[in-house]
Design a protein. Structure first.
Ligand code: ADP
Ligand code: MG
Length: 701
C-alpha cells in the first residue's frame, strides 16, 4: 500500500505539531489513512436551521444560528460550569459547558455568529443545551450543497480550531494532495459492475464531499459493503481452509452407549429441532473433517441433552469429551444432572474446577490420562495446561459468550493427532448479523423449538408501591408448593456494596418470610464453591423455598419447580441478562412468573428494555431488540472478539448489505478458494496487507 496513507497528519498544511498531537490523543488519528477513514458521522443541511422558538417543541437535535449575548462561570470545583446565553431573534436559550468551561469561556466571542447543534432539554421550565457541537460561522462563504459533513470532535479539539469546520479544512487539504492511485480499487470488476459501485477513490471522496443525498448513500454503501465483504471473505476462507486441510476424527458408529441412552435413559422425547441438530452434528463428526459448529438456541431449548448425546457418540467411537461451563455453579449442575441421566450406563464422568485440589485432583488427572474417565465436565480449569487427555475427540463450551476466543483456541491443543471436534453453545440467541460476524467461520445449528408443554412466562413490571402485593403473591405460590428466586444486581464498582445490597434484601425477606415456615437459601459470588453448591442443592431438593442470589445463578441453573423469578432493580440489567434470568423459571409444567421490580424513575432506554422483556419471551426477538438498543459494541461476545471495528458499516442498519456481502464472498470462494484467478488478484493483495492482523484471529475459532 502506498506510504502516502501512512504519512503523519502534520504533513498537511495547517496541522501544527500541537494539533497533530491532539488528533492522535483525542481521536486516535495518526496518519493520512486514519483521517480518510474517520468518516463524517452526520451531515448537516446548512439551510435547515431552526429558530429557538421552533426548537422548543422539537424532539430531535436541532441546528441553530445565533450569537452569544452573555456568558459567565458558575459554581466551583467539579460543579463549575460555563453558562452562556444564546440568541437568534426568535428567543434565547442557555448553553452549558461543564468540561473545560474556562477555556470555552475565553474562546467564545459575544456578538460573533455561531452555528450550534444539539438537543434542547427542558430544565425546570427553562430550555438549555449541554455541550452542543459548535462552530464559528463564516458568513461570507456560501454553501453550495445541502450536505456538509460533520466530523467527530471534542472540546479540546474545538478550542484548538479543530471543530468540525477545522476538520473539514484538513480533509480538503488532504484531498488536494490525494491522487486516485493512492486508493487503488480493491474489489473485482464483476462486483463493481454488478452492484453499480463507485470506485474506491470516488466513494471515499463522495462520503467526504457529497453532492446529493443519493450519491452519498451510494458512496456509503460501497464503503459499508467493502468492510463487510472483506471480513466475510476472510472468515469463509479460513473456514474452507480448515475444512480442506484439517482432518478430524471420524465418529462413524452409533454404538451401544448412544442407543441404550436413547432407548432407556432419555426421560422425554427429543424435539424435532433437537433431532435435526444431532443429525447435523453427527454428519460433521463422521465426515473426516474437524467440526467447528455453533449451536444457537433459546433459553430452555434443551442444548444440554444435545451436548450429552454428542459426547456419547464420541464415547461409542472410543473418544473422550469435555464440556466446559463458565461458572462453577453451572458446571456442577451439569455434572449432577448428567451423572443422573447416565446412571447405570458403563461410562465414567468426572468433574474438575479450580476448587478441586490435592489428591482428588491428582486422581482425576490420572484417570483422564489413562482414558478411564470418558467425559469431563468443569469450568475453564479443564483446558489448563496440566490437564492431559488420552484421546480427546470432542470439546464443547456452554455459554460461549462468557469465554474469550483464546479459551476456545486452547481446546485445539488438547489433542495431539487431530484437533478435537468443537461445538460451542450460546446461552441465548445472537442476532444474525452478529452471528455472521463473530462466528462467521463456524457452521451454525439452531434449536428453534422449545420442548412441548412450556407455558410462556408471564412477565410484569412492579415498583415499590406494589411490594406487599408481590409478597402475598409469593406466599401464595409457596403455599402451592412452588419455589421462588429473588435476584439482586451486581454493582460492579464495589463487591462490598453488592454484598450489602444482597444482605439487606435478605433481611427484608426474612421479616416477611420468617422461619420456620419459610426457608431461604443465599448464594453469591464471594462464597466458597462448596458452600455455594450446598445452598444450590438445598434449593434443588426443595429444602428451601426461596433462593436469594446475585446473578451467579444467571445461566444454566435448572430447578423446574421454581415458578417465580423476582428481579430487584431490574432497570440495572441488560436485556440478555434479564432474558437469561427469566429463563430460570418456566421449566416445569406450572405457569411461571417473572416480576421486574424497578424504581419509579426510569431512563428512556431502561423503559424500552423492560417493555421488550414484558412483551415477548422469544429470545431471537429480544436479541434483535438488544442490538438495536445498545449497538453492536456492547453486546456480549463482541468485545472479546474485538477483532472488528467498522468504520462505515453498522451491524444494526446494514443487514441487507451484510447478506449480499456474504453471498458474494461465498460465490467467489466457491469458484476460487485460493483467490488465484487473475480477476481476484486485488482481493488477495488487499487481504494480505490490510487484513493481515485479522487473519491470525480467525484461524483459531
Ligand atoms: P438450555 O438450552 O437453556 O441449556 P437445558 O438443556 O437446560 O436448556 O434444558 C432445559 C430443560 O428442558 C431441562 O430440564 C431439560 O431436561 C428439559 N428438556 C430438554 N429437552 C427436552 C425435551 N425434548 N422434552 C422435554 N424436556 C426437555
Ligand atoms: Mg444451558
Amino acid at each position: 500500500m502506498g506510504h502516502f496513507l501512512q504519512r503523519a497528519v502534520e504533513d498537511i498544511t495547517g496541522v501544527s505539531p500541537a494539533k497533530g498531537e491532539l488528533l492522535r490523543k483525542e481521536l486516535g488519528i495518526h496518519n493520512f489513512g486514519d483521517l480518510l477513514w474517520d468518516l463524517p458521522f452526520r451531515y448537516i443541511d446548512k439551510s435547515a436551521i431552526s429558530t429557538i422558538r421552533e426548537a422548543k417543541s422539537a424532539t430531535e437535535a436541532v441546528q441553530l444560528k445565533g450569537i452569544f449575548t452573555d456568558k459567565h462561570i458558575e459554581g466551583n470545583g467539579h460543579k463549575k460550569r460555563l453558562v452562556a446565553t444564546f440568541e437568534d431573534g426568535s428567543g434565547t436559550l442557555e448553553i452549558l459547558w461543564f468540561q473545560r468551561a474556562r477555556d470555552i469561556d475565553k474562546w467564545i466571542v459575544p456578538g460573533k455568529p455561531y452555528l450550534i447543534y444539539g438537543k434542547l432539554q427542558d430544565y425546570r421550565g427553562k430550555f438549555n443545551i449541554v455541550h452542543p457541537e459548535i462552530e464559528e460561522l463564516t458568513l461570507n462563504k456560501t454553501v453550495t450543497t445541502g450536505l456538509e459533513p460533520v466530523y467527530h470532535s471534542t472540546e479540546k479539539l474545538v478550542l484548538r480550531g479543530l471543530d468540525s469546520k477545522g476538520r473539514r479544512k484538513i480533509i480538503k487539504q488532504l484531498f488536494s494532495q490525494l491522487r486516485p492511485e493512492e486508493l487503488p480499487e480493491n474489489l473485482p470488476e464483476s462486483i463493481i459492475s454488478k452492484l453499480r459501485f463507485f470506485s474506491r477513490y470516488e466513494a471515499i471522496k463522495r462520503v467526504h464531499f457529497p453532492t446529493s443525498p443519493e450519491q452519498l448513500t451510494a458512496a456509503k454503501n460501497r464503503l459499508k459493503f467493502e468492510e463487510l465483504f472483506f471480513l466475510q471473505l476472510l472468515l469463509l476462507r479460513s473456514k474452507i481452509k480448515r475444512e480442506t486441510t484439517i482432518k478430524g476424527f471420524i465418529f462413524g458408529e452409533v454404538g451401544e452407549l448412544f442407543n441404550t441412552f436413547y432407548a432407556k435413559h432419555l426421560p422425554f422425547t427429543l424435539t424435532n429441532a433437537q433431532k435435526r441438530v444431532i443429525k447435523e452434528i453427527r454428519q460433521d463428526m463422521g465426515s473426516g473433517h474437524q467440526m467447528n459448529r455453533l449451536l444457537q438456541g433459546d433459553v430452555g431449548s434443551g442444548k444440554t441433552i444435545v451436548a450429552l448425546m454428542c459426547m456419547l457418540l464420541a464415547a461409542d467411537n472410543g473418544f473422550q469429551s469435555v464440556l466446559m461451563a463458565p461458572t462453577e455453579v453451572l458446571a456442577q449442575q451439569h455434572f449432577i444432572s448428567i451423572s443422573e441421566l447416565l446412571d447405570g450406563l458403563d461410562i465414567k464422568v468426572a468433574f474438575l474446577s479450580g476448587s478441586i485440589t490435592g489428591a482428588p485432583r491428582t486422581e482425576i488427572l490420572e484417570s483422564l490420562k489413562s482414558g478411564e474417565t470418558t467425559i469431563l465436565l468443569g469450568t475453564h480449569a479443564v483446558i489448563q495446561e496440566w490437564v492431559e487427555f488420552k484421546n480427546l475427540g470432542l470439546a464443547i463450551t456452554d455459554e460461549q459468550h462468557r469465554f474469550g476466543v483464546a479459551q476456545r483456541a486452547q481446546m485445539w491443543t488438547k489433542s495431539p493427532v487431530h484437533p478435537p471436534h468443537v461445538l460451542v453453545m450460546t446461552a441465548t440467541p445472537i442476532p444474525r448479523t452478529l452471528a455472521l460476524t463473530i462466528y462467521g467461520d463456524l457452521e451454525v445449528s439452531i434449536l428453534d423449538e422449545l420442548p412441548p408443554g412450556r407455558k410462556p412466562v408471564v412477565t410484569t413490571q412492579r415498583s415499590e408501591a406494589h411490594r406487599s402485593k408481590v409478597n402475598s403473591f409469593v406466599q401464595e405460590q409457596i403455599r402451592l408448593g412452588r419455589q421462588v428466586y429473588v435476584i439482586f444486581p451486581l454493582i460492579e464498582e464495589s463487591a462490598k456494596l453488592d454484598l450489602e445490597n444482597l444482605q439487606d434484601g435478605y433481611e427484608r425477606l426474612l421479616a416477611v418470610f420468617p422461619r420456620p415456615d419459610y426457608q431461604i437459601s443465599v448464594v453469591h459470588g464471594r462464597m466458597k464453591a462448596g458452600i455455594k453448591n450446598e445452598e444450590m442443592e438445598r434449593f434443588k431438593d426443595h429444602k428451601t423455598q426461596i433462593m436469594v442470589s446475585t446473578t451467579v445463578i444467571e445461566v444454566g441453573v435448572n430447578v423446574p419447580n421454581a415458578t417465580v423469578m423476582i428481579i430487584e432493580n431490574a432497570e440495572r440489567f441488560g436485556l440478555a441478562q434479564l432474558h437469561q434470568l427469566r429463563g430460570r423459571v418456566g421449566r416445569g409444567a406450572d405457569q411461571s412468573y417473572c416480576i421486574l421490580m424497578t424504581s419509579y424513575k426510569l431512563s428512556k432506554t431502561a423503559r424500552e428494555r423492560l417493555d421488550v422483556i414484558c412483551r415477548t419471551n422469544d429470545g431471537f426477538e429480544i436479541a434483535e431488540a438488544d442490538l438495536k438498543l445498545r449497538g453492536p459494541g456492547d453486546i456480549a461476545g463482541t468485545k472479546q472478539s474485538g477483532a472488528f471495528e467498522f468504520k462505515a458499516a453498522n451491524l444494526v442498519e446494514d443487514q441487507a448489505i451484510l447478506k449480499t456481502a456474504r453471498l458474494m464472498a461465498e460465490d467467489i470462494l466457491q469458484r476460487d478458494a485460493e483467490l488465484m484467478m487473475k480477476e481476484h488478484y486485488t482481493l488477495r493483495q488487499f487481504l494480505q496487507t490490510e487484513y493481515k492482523y485479522k487473519q491470525d484471529w480467525s484461524r483459531i475459532s
